[in-house]
Design a protein around this ligand. Structure first.
Ligand SMILES: [Zn+2]
Length: 76
C-alpha cells in the first residue's frame, strides 16, 4: 500500500460517522464503526479504503490527479 500525505488514515468513530452520515464521500458505500477510513485533505471528505487506494493510484506526490481514468481493475 502506498502511503500518501494526501490522506489522513483514521479508524471510524461514532463522531466521525455522524459528520459524514456514514458514507464514503466517493462511492457512498457504508462506513462502519471501526473501519479504516481516510480523510481526503484535498477535498475535505472521508473515503473508504478502496476509494482512497483508487485515488492514490491516480495522484502524484503533490496530491494532484494526474491520470484521468482510474485503473479499471481497481473498482470497489
Ligand atoms: Zn468509497
Amino acid at each position: 500500500m502506498k502511503e500518501s500525505l494526501c490522506f489522513v488514515t483514521q479508524t471510524a468513530t461514532e463522531a466521525i460517522l455522524l459528520r459524514v452520515t456514514n458514507v464514503c464521500g466517493e462511492c457512498y458505500g457504508d462506513l462502519k464503526l471501526g473501519d479504516t477510513i481516510h480523510y481526503d485533505t484535498q477535498n475535505y471528505r472521508f473515503l473508504c479504503d478502496c476509494c482512497k487506494e483508487k485515488l492514490c493510484s491516480r495522484m502524484n506526490e503533490k496530491c494532484e490527479i494526474v491520470h484521468d481514468e482510474a485503473d479499471p481493475t481497481l473498482f470497489c
